[in-house]
Design a protein around this ligand. Sequence first.
Ligand code: NAI
Length: 464
Amino acid sequence: MDSFDLIVIGAGPGGYVCAIRAAQLGLKTALVEKDAALGGTCLNVGCIPSKALLESSELFHVMRHRSEAHGILPASVKLDLPRMMSRKEGIVKDLTDGIGVLMKKNKVAVLRGRGVLKGAGKVAVSSEAGDQEIQGKAICLAMGSVPVQLPFLPFDGNKVVTSTEALCFDKVPAHLIVIGAGAIGLELGSVWNRLGAKVTVVELLPRVAPFADVQLSTFLERSLKAQGMIFRLGAKVTAARAEGEAVTLVVQNAKGEEEAITGDKVLVAVGRKPCTDSAGLAEAGVALDGGRVQVDGHFQTSVPGVYAIGDLIRGPMLAHKAQDEGVAFAELLAGKPGHVNYEAIPNVVYTWPELATVGMNEDEAKAKGIPVKSGKFYFKGNGRAKSLGEDEGLVKVVAHAETDRLLGVHILGPRASDMIAEAVVAIEMKASAEDLARTCHAHPTLSEVLKEAALAVDKRAIHG
Ligand code: NAI
């Protein structure tokens, strides 16, 4: 039986990054994956293909609706959906193949098949090619998560779908109904709206991206409505019936009024749940806490020698959080001081404008009894945003009212996904709003909006 210092089960961003870091630290490492391609949800059916389609659909939208403002009059703009899809698939293939190369480079043994815990450091790897057992001094569970299904609306892979199918519709739906205005609902709703579908989003809570700062979430809702998306907020789906090629949902608003909405596709994007039922966790005695694998500060589960990271455990289900946990765990296993700062994990929704946040918003800080002050600045006061023709949105900086320490930064605007990195570094370095405000920012850049918002904390924005 082959034996390893570390066996990682699951080759998503948490697992493959953990395997690389462990191998860098000299641990003999195996990575077990059931799917043909490495990379997990993120690379195959999540972050990467959705970003490819968001970029293509945004370009289509800009050419159809915004290029004239630049003095560019395209003769005709046509959609070639199969080509758009094959570009996306090419990007996914390049990246997933690249992970295979990284595994070879780092001498990580990739074992194909479903990994199942067999107790006392053993993992069974079963595939069509046969079963084998391997031995590991440590085992890291990194199997990720799957979409949550609504009990009265089972997925059928055709009319009622998850994000996986919504990333590869072979034609633009006439009417896509999206349930859930979180990251997946807003991103994939945006893609198909830009490509010409009627899109209606039904959300249980009274606002879109409910985790975000209220002002930014309201602003985003307005922008998406202006782009043509339809929202039913504070509304729940109470029943569903399939009728030939269509699905009709009964949607009830907060006042109890009912409305029937009919579409040809329904994307259910109401969250994801950890994959805890297929790797022998219950049989091995791995304890769960609220459906997630219970771990201590060192990612140790209730079973000695078995660890878990990423979507399986506490915290947001985000690829970069899983990656950082993978690195921290590998370092701890190698006797180094691995650590994840959960206060400084950015969260991005790649709509237009983009929404990117890190740390606490004002309401969250107040709920914790922390005295806050904040400053905001709008992109419309920024030269670079004006030149881009993308000046919707704002940056809000939240700081401790007495110490000025940065508590959170919230951005709705162009390239917010890239801009947030500066705020993450600042929070990681325990900077104050004053530190950000006094840092020289290149002119003209979008990042000046962040500096102005930091200045506004002390009511001294220059251009506002
Ligand atoms: P989510 O948790 O982000 O949003 C789900 C939304 O559905 C919430 O707003 C919730 O209030 C609503 N909801 C729940 N039950 C409902 C019901 N019965 N009817 C109507 N609305 C309902 O989950 P989502 O969008 O499915 O994403 C899953 C995970 O993947 C999340 O953790 C998300 O952070 C992550 N993800 C991250 C992305 C990114 O970083 N850009 C992109 C896509 C997903």
